[in-house]
Design a binder for this molecule. Structure first.
Ligand code: LLP
Length: 428
């Protein structure tokens, strides 16, 4: 857990700000991020890269925008020198609006549309991570129409089990992602014959919340093997994109340390470059999302009612599955902390939202001393929290706050009821 959220005299703080102060000023539910935690997480990557990368194999950290896409967060990372991993035109526009560099931006995803390709080509992004032969054909045509050349990597599906939740495994042969390993050479050969395509790299991303470095390193082996084959065919590769996926501790699990992971990656790559490729330069790209933002955010919510029945105690909060989808969708476990600690009166509670679904829960069977009107903090909600939120039940999306020492910045205002149907109309 981030040390930037901690108790002082029984009250939970974000950096120097007591959370009740945020609830008072901005209401609930509200996402609260610690700027210091975000920077600390980025530094961990940066420091490891400084330690192990070299002039011949520099590193680029491309933040996975989907994990937390607020402009303030993107801007913070852009100013630290980050690149970005995007999966839609919307994410590209965000990166640009936040001051990010399109030339450090990768475009991943299986379903890029014509418009999205045009937008990305117009802004000269670093690379398209192409996921099918059909996508390659379309990209070649669009680039041709625009008088441009599209830089590409192919995303390989290496058929490796990342041992994570099945919904967030992406590198198994039954998943929709990437090009099956046995077919990828064919795609590179085809790309060589296309007039508007530049081959830049190799890419893979095998899943998310991965708690064991072995499958991630196995994927690196597969990519190295692929580059070997490509070099035999005279197809040069300039970068090596190993995706994101490093897991974090939501409870007491042991996560892979960023430094340890990057050390192992570089150990492999440096060895391989020296023994097989005469030290030929190659850039290494990482696409972390969760490990940069997950522990840097929490969801602040107020208990509306306590409802007890003979079999269960429910704490009904003003945050719901539309605000934080992860429990309902993946059975995810998030720590729930009381914002103001009570000395006694612990009972077991299910923390649930007001949405009309039994799946609307945030946490189950938690021992907490709480009363109606208390504030709760749902921890480790910085990644895939706000970005996966919806308007289900016509609920406006939460506000977002960034705390910086003793300053509170409102980085996204709460959606109003009028915002909810602003784009709708009734036929005459
Ligand atoms: N690169 C690509 C191509 C990705 O698809 C993803 C995440 C990442 C990088 C970043 O992965 P990370 O470092 O954050 O693990 N909604 C789910 C997670 C979905 C991940 C999707 N792809 C959750 O809440 O657990």
């Amino acid at each position: 857990m981030s040390t930037h959220f901690s108790y002082l005299n029984g009250t939970l703080y974000a950096e120097n700000i007591p959370l009740p102060e945020i609830a008072k000023q901005f209401g609930t539910p509200t996402y609260v991020y610690s700027r210091a935690a975000l920077i600390e997480n980025f530094r961990e990557y940066e420091k490891a890269c400084q330690e192990y990368a070299s002039k011949e194999s520099p590193a680029l950290i491309c933040f996975a925008v989907k994990s937390c896409s607020n402009l303030a967060v993107l801007n913070l990372f852009a100013r630290q020198g980050a690149g970005f991993d995007i999966v839609s035109g919307g994410e590209l526009e965000r990166v640009i609006a936040a001051g990010g560099d399109p030339q450090k931006t990768l475009f991943s995803g299986v379903g890029k549309t014509v418009d999205e390709m045009r937008l990305a080509l117009k802004h000269n992004i670093l690379c398209f991570n192409v996921e099918s032969h059909e996508e390659l054909t379309r990209l070649n045509a669009i680039a041709g129409e625009m008088g441009k050349r599209a830089p590409v990597s192919f995303r390989v599906n290496p058929d490796i089990n990342p041992k994570t939740h099945e919904y967030i495994s992406t590198g198994l042969k039954e998943n929709k992602f990437g090009i099956p390993y046995p077919d990828v050479l064919q795609c590179y050969r085809a790309a060589c014959t296309m007039p508007n395509i530049d081959i830049l790299g190799v890419d893979c991303h095998i899943g998310s919340q991965i708690m064991d470095k072995a499958p991630l390193l196995e994927a690196v082996d597969k990519l190295m093997e692929l580059v070997d084959r490509l070099s035999v065919e005279g197809i040069p590769i300039h970068h090596f994109d190993i995706g994101g996926g490093l897991g974090i501790a939501y409870n007491m699990e042991k996560a892979v340390k960023v430094n340890d992971f990057i050390a192992h990656v570089y150990d492999k790559i440096n060895n391989w470059r020296q023994t097989k490729h005469q030290n030929k330069p190659i850039k290494v790209i990482f696409e972390p999302g969760r490990s940069l933002v997950g522990n840097a955010g929490l969801l602040l919510t107020e208990i509306q009612y306590l409802k007890t029945s003979p079999s269960k105690n429910f704490a009904i909060t003003d945050a719901a599955m539309n605000d934080l989808m992860r429990p309902a969708m993946y059975d995810a476990w998030h720590r729930v902390q009381t914002v103001s600690q009570r000395p006694s009166g612990e009972k077991r509670w299910d923390i649930v939202g007001p949405i009309c679904e039994t799946g609307d829960w945030l946490a189950r069977d938690r021992k907490l001393a709480i009363e109606q009107g208390d504030l709760l903090a749902v921890m480790t909600a910085g990644a895939y929290g706000m970005t996966m939120s919806s308007n289900y039940n016509s609920r406006g999306r939460a506000a977002e706050i960034m705390v910086d020492g003793d300053k509170i910045h409102l980085i996204r205002k709460r959606e109003s009821n009028a915002d909810l149907f602003a784009g709708e109309s009734i036929p005459a």
